[in-house]
Design a protein around this ligand. Structure first.
Ligand code: F6R
Length: 607
């Protein structure tokens, strides 16, 4: 994530940039900075914290410059510190850049540049500033084009050069950038919200495009300098709608973010030819990896359901006995742990008090302790001896969605890495890598059914109790679907492994108790289908999540949501999405405060 704003025109740039950053704060908020071309010098100010901290740092400065770039950061490479905040500059301090995305080969590039360049941060972005410097021969556009030809990864970036006071260069590959077209002025930002107060005429840059922007002209080319003709579009969103990219709530935006951010979780971590994954943050030698006899996944809430899906992967792929521990129980359970136990703390915020305490307990008892977190520099990230960021970007809705799917993805990749270092064949590894790479497209197919799911929500909104059922890998999916529904709609719901029904829960079945059953084509299909027949016989209303083309599922119920097939271990990545959408639509139809449900907080920092 991260937010970018840039301005070139005739007005003072600073107030426009600061106001724009405030609109983009939802994209990241650990540090911020601006660079403005002011009276012939390139002046840069950065501050740790939210935009207010940057605004205070700038309060006394006289900045009349009419061209500048600005950034609000969500750390991915390098901790939260002023030196890692954007804009970054080259050795001369003449080139300034703001960047959103991940440069995968930044270590190689840094190595290549190390002879003549001095680096002052731990970021991947600073490498770009030096790479542009190395390619600069009097024309900034050409230097950026040449530099980007050597880059692997994703970027949305804006660059300026002190010696070219009449232009800024913007480029996009995988991270959004919008250009706002004014009278004798242009704006660039990560979304349209910062520019809507000034113009509604915008051009959306596409991947591979680079814009050279002067005060009165805009030229769009690709990296080979071939000209691209783009249409200017009129947008009539208000500023708040633009922040949410037109979605009415952050939760829905975050559900729809999933195909994009799952790619960020996988980027640079899958090694297709070897059928494996490499998560460098594990920080364990092969001997240490081989010594692991047991894995414990510690988490709370949604993160714990992601861990349940991860347990299946560790056991099936790597043959390592794996337990999932709810942090609040684990911390007081006097857990039996030894030096052959690997403990992962899994948390979106990295600040959940119970998870932190449980990890400290595991560390005290000598386990290897690693983190799987979203928020860079959070307590869990700092206190563990290694781990992996899930790269879901800021998740603002209280109900976790995209962090869940990215947690499952990272756990799957760890299981693959351990599996390949043990008994898993390259052929199985290759199949899994291929299936993972197909997930973003399959997620899109599910998201396309949002309106159909909304109709189901309309039909079922008045029930006061729901039951979610799954078996095997789909039991954690049922747990997560049920959790989402109760969190944001306040409707009572429960989740059970379907095979347990006969042992008590069947007594609850009635026409007043709808059941959401996950029946996808996997090894337990026939067992699950028999359970569904039993429910039907008791006349409970049924919604079935089934693999597309499953005619039997249609016979069992009028209400079927189809999902594309995938490998069994990957099913939570697909099958959870219709349940997220169902909960969302029920809650909005009931008029709930979807992004901020009552009695809940995004980050539970107290016990
Ligand atoms: C559910 C939800 C909570 C969190 C839980 C753990 O939608 O958001 O159940 O999953 O509080 O939070 P993190 O992942 O920040 O440790």
């Amino acid at each position: 994530m991260c937010g970018i704003v840039a301005y070139i025109g005739t007005e003072k740039a600073l107030p426009i940039l600061i106001k724009g950053l405030r609109r983009l704060e939802y994209r990241g908020y650990d540090s911020a900075g601006v660079a403005i071309l002011n009276k012939g010098s390139l002046e840069r100010t950065r501050a740790v914290g939210r935009i207010d901290a940057l605004a205070s740092a700038l309060a006394e400065k006289d900045m009349a410059g009419t061209m500048g770039i600005a950034h609000t950061r969500w750390a991915t490479h390098g901790g939260v510190a002023e030196e890692n905040a954007h804009p970054h500059v080259d050795c001369s301090g003449d080139i300034a850049i703001v960047h959103n995305g991940i440069i995968e080969n930044y270590r190689e590039l840094k190595q290549q540049l190390s002879a003549g360049h001095t680096f002052k941060s731990q970021t991947d972005t600073e490498v770009l500033a030096h790479l542009i410097e190395a390619n600069y021969q009097g024309n900034l556009r050409e230097a950026v084009q040449k530099a980007l030809q050597n880059v692997r990864g994703t970027y949305g970036l804006v660059v300026m050069h002190k010696k070219e006071p009449d232009r800024i260069i913007a480029a996009r590959l995988g991270s959004p950038l919008v250009v706002g077209v004014g009278e004798g002025e242009y704006y660039v930002a990560s979304d349209a919200s910062p520019m809507l107060a000034y113009t509604q005429q915008v051009i959306f840059l596409d991947d591979g495009e680079l814009a050279e922007i002067t005060r009165d002209d805009l030229k769009i080319v690709n990296l080979k300098d071939e000209k691209i003709i783009k249409q200017t579009e009129h947008i009539d969103w208000n500023e708040a709608e633009a922040e949410k990219q037109g979605f009415p709530h952050f939760m829905l935006k975050e559900i729809f973010d999933q195909p994009t951010v799952i790619k960020d979780a996988m980027r640079g971590r899958l090694i297709a030819p070897d059928g494996t994954a490499h998560l460098g943050g594990l920080s364990m030698t092969s001997e240490q990896m081989a010594s692991v006899k047991r894995i414990i996944l510690i988490a709370c809430g949604t993160a714990s359901y992601a861990c349940l899906a991860g347990k299946y992967a560790f056991e099936r792929l790597a043959g390592i006995p794996t337990e999932v521990a709810v942090a609040s129980e684990f911390r007081y359970s006097d857990p039996i742990i030894d030096r052959q136990t690997l403990v992962f703390g899994v948390s979106q915020s990295g600040e959940t008090a119970d998870t932190i305490a449980a990890l400290r307990e595991a560390k005290r008892k000598g386990a290897y302790v690693r983190g799987i977190v979203n928020v860079v520099g959070s307590t869990i990230a700092r206190e563990t001896d290694g781990g992996t960021y899930i790269h879901a970007g800021p998740e603002l809705a209280v109900a976790s969605t995209k962090a869940y799917t990215n947690m499952v993805t990272v756990l799957l990749m760890y299981a693959l890495q351990f599996g390949r270092s043990r008994r898993l064949t390259v052929a199985t590894g290759e199949r899994l890598v291929k299936a993972l790479l197909e997930i973003p497209e399959k997620m899109q197919l599910v998201l396309k059914q949002s309106d159909v799911i909304k109709q189901l929500a309309e039909k079922y909104k008045a029930y006061s109790d729901f039951l979610y059922l799954g078996r095997g890998i789909n039991f954690p999916v049922a747990l997560e679907g049920s959790h989402k529904l109760k969190e944001i709609s306040y409707i009572h719901s429960e989740a059970y492994p379907a095979g347990e029904m006969k042992h008590g829960v069947n007594a609850l079945l009635s026409p007043e108790f709808p059941v959401v059953a996950i029946l996808t084509s996997n090894a337990l299909y026939d067992k699950m289908r028999s359970n569904i027949e039993e429910i039907r016989a008791r006349r409970a209303p049924l919604i079935i999540v089934a693999t597309e083309g499953d005619a039997a599922a249609r016979e069992l119920s009028d209400d079927v949501v189809s999902v594309p097939p995938t490998m069994e271990l990957l099913e939570p990545l697909i099958n959870t999405i219709p349940l997220q959408l169902f909960a969302y639509h029920v809650a909005t139809i009931l008029g709930r405060d979807v992004d901020r449900p009552r009695n809940l907080a995004k980050s539970v920092t107290v016990e």
